[in-house]
Design a protein around this ligand. Structure first.
Ligand SMILES: [Fe+2]
Length: 214
């Protein structure tokens, strides 16, 4: 018997595999964390313990952002090509617009449940996961993602309440590591659990939408 997987959610968790570059980026981002680069009209109000930059980070055109953009795009285009079965000719023609920013969380930083509107795919790159000194499971700065099928748990019994992946309706958590690359549909509800630690937890995020150059 073959059970099909319909309505599934494409998701990538990979890694840059470049620890030295992550450290360089960490220093660069911390040195850029000032009032001038801070977002002023964010869709969500400021959260305690969290710095959010303006939404043009990957377009700063400095060596650090240029290299990161190139690395992130490599993952993104491979992913988009895979999930759409794009031909080489289509890949040549595809263009994108994006917005991008960085987050620096210190002790107690978190981000509430949200989506990334008006884009198809979103990415997170973990530059440094911080020191994670929290002694409870939900205080380690994990990313939490929820099932987009709003009615998937409308009735639960012994035959559907504990289904295995990919059928489960339970949210899932990702503990970012240094260099983690995460790609997910922009419609997916997600949050960052409170981060407890002495060091900074630093991430870069970006939203993308695409069109073909005719
Ligand atoms: Fe987000």
């Amino acid at each position: 018997m073959e059970v099909k997987h319909y309505f599934s959610t494409p998701f990538l968790h990979d890694n840059l595999q470049d620890s030295q570059f992550c450290d360089e980026l960490y220093d660069f981002i911390l040195s850029s964390m000032n009032e001038e680069n801070k977002v002023v009209d964010a869709p969500q109000s400021a959260h305690p313990g969290l710095y959010e930059s303006e939404f043009n980070f990957l377009n700063w055109n400095v060596p650090e952002t240029n290299k990161l953009k190139q690395l992130m795009l490599k993952f993104l285009f491979k992913f988009v090509s895979e999930v759409n079965d794009l031909t080489q000719a289509q890949l040549q023609k595809i263009r994108f617009v994006h917005e991008s920013w960085f987050h620096v969380a210190n002790d107690g930083g978190y981000f509430q449940n949200h989506t990334h509107p008006n884009h198809s795919w979103s990415m997170v790159c973990c530059v440094n996961p911080g020191s994670n000194d929290g002694d409870v499971a939900f205080e380690q700065g994990k990313l939490v993602f929820w099932d987009p099928r709003g009615n998937a748990s409308m009735f639960l019994d012994e035959a559907n309440g504990r289904m295995k992946r990919p059928y489960s309706f339970s949210g899932f958590k990702v503990q970012p590591k240094k260099g983690s690359i995460i790609i997910f549909p922009s419609y997916l509800q997600h949050a960052v659990e409170p981060y407890r630690g002495k060091d900074y937890r630093v991430t870069v995020a970006a939203n993308f939408r695409f069109h073909f150059d005719e």
